[in-house]
Design a protein around this ligand. Structure first.
Ligand code: KG4
Ligand code: ZN
Length: 346
């Protein structure tokens, strides 16, 4: 039996968790700063790192208390060291080093993207089969990655500009919705018509790369020039910008993002004979995306529960368990790497 303490502070969630044998969550505590960053429409880095300093110890204590365990009973401390915001990552890495040093525990450095992928291993009873294709879609990343085994990654494509979640956040702001934008757009879209606006899809044919900035700009122009952009009906009836059809815009935007994510994932899964498709990252909690992936992809699609899609420390501890059993341990010189990518070990 292996118990790992996971720590995550890469962005605006301060999180700690205890995971058994890489698959069973014993405790999982997340302190979100979303309310504080809401007024900026995105994460304010300096505020984020200060909030982590305030919350990290209470969050750690809560995670250990909820697990009914003590630090001494852990087999290792796993911490996210990149990619992410430098100041935020530093808080988690320094606390993890202090705990590991004080209790003579192995320290394990975790790639945040790997952690998102391994959230899928925390789903009870899910059998994971290689080779598999993983779509990581979060506020900072959009990557298609082929996995041939544990920690064996081949990146197939990524976003060339905005990440999918970033596009959700920015468009939500344009539409006057709250932050984070993904859940807000999903909610607004429920009352909208996804075919109301014909928004662009960047297919970038022949690649598995993504681009969402053109889509975001298309929404920007529609909003800026409304009601002229809505056609003669709205104009003729004397509509004003106050009548912005937020639900239709949200639904049309969500449909455009989802169509590209699903189509590219489907094509890659087919080309690479993937046995399964795994979804990961905050955008993977989007209901339309999950539904369309399941309907349109010919192999089983697994996705973590919504609270494990967004940033958390349970998935950090899950990767930590695999790394510990593979003998991968970090030195005391472990440093943050804000621009870390997935390492190719194919
Ligand atoms: O993985 P995550 O918690 O943090 C990063 O590593 O970036 O992802 C946060 C992102 C935000 O951009 C948020 O708007 C998006 O995930 N998100 C969603 C949904 N829930 C969260 N996007 C679309 N639909 C959702 N339901
Ligand atoms: Zn994340």
């Amino acid at each position: 039996m292996t118990h790992i303490l996971g720590i995550e502070t890469s962005c605006d969630e301060t999180a700690a968790a205890v995971v058994k044998d890489g698959r069973e969550i014993i405790s999982n505590v997340v302190a979100s700063q979303a309310k504080i960053h809401e007024r900026y429409g995105g994460v304010f880095p300096e505020i984020a790192s200060r909030q982590h300093i305030l919350h990290i110890i209470p969050v750690l204590e809560k995670a250990l208390a909820q697990a009914g365990t003590e630090l001494d009973q852990m087999d290792a401390v796993a911490v996210t060291y990149g990619p992410g915001l430098a100041g935020s990552l530093l808080v988690g890495v320094n606390v993890a080093k202090a705990l590991a040093l004080a209790k003579h525990l192995p320290l394990i450095g975790i790639n945040h993207l790997e952690a998102h992928i391994y959230a899928n291993w925390l789903q009870e009873d899910e059998k994971i089969l290689f080779p598999l294709l993983c779509l990581i879609a979060s506020g900072g990343h959009t990557n298609l990655v082929l996995m041939s085994g544990h920690e064996k990654y081949q990146p197939l494509g990524q976003t060339l500009d905005d990440a999918a979640g970033e596009a959700f956040d920015k468009v939500a702001r344009l539409l006057g919705l709250g932050y984070p934008g993904g859940p807000e757009i999903q909610l607004a879209a429920q009352a909208g018509d996804p075919s109301a606006f014909d928004l662009p899809r960047a297919w970038l044919k022949g690649t598995y790369n993504f681009s969402f900035s053109g889509l975001k700009t298309a929404v920007l122009y529609l909003v800026r020039d409304y009601p002229a952009t809505a056609g003669p009906l709205a104009e003729g009836e004397g509509a004003s910008s106050d009548d912005l059809p937020v639900a239709d815009l949200a639904a049309s935007f969500q449909a455009a993002v989802v169509e590209v994510l699903v189509e590219k994932t489907r094509a890659a899964a087919e080309e690479w004979d993937a046995r399964q498709v795994l979804l990961a990252g905050g955008v993977a909690s989007n209901t339309l995306l999950r539904q369309q992936m399941t309907e349109r992809i010919g192999v089983p699609v697994l996705c973590p529960s919504p609270e494990l899609c967004t940033d958390n420390a349970a998935c950090v501890a899950a990767v930590g368990c695999f790394k510990l059993s593979a003998g991968e341990q970090a030195g005391w010189d472990l440093d943050v790497v804000p621009g870390l990518k997935l390492i190719v070990t194919w």
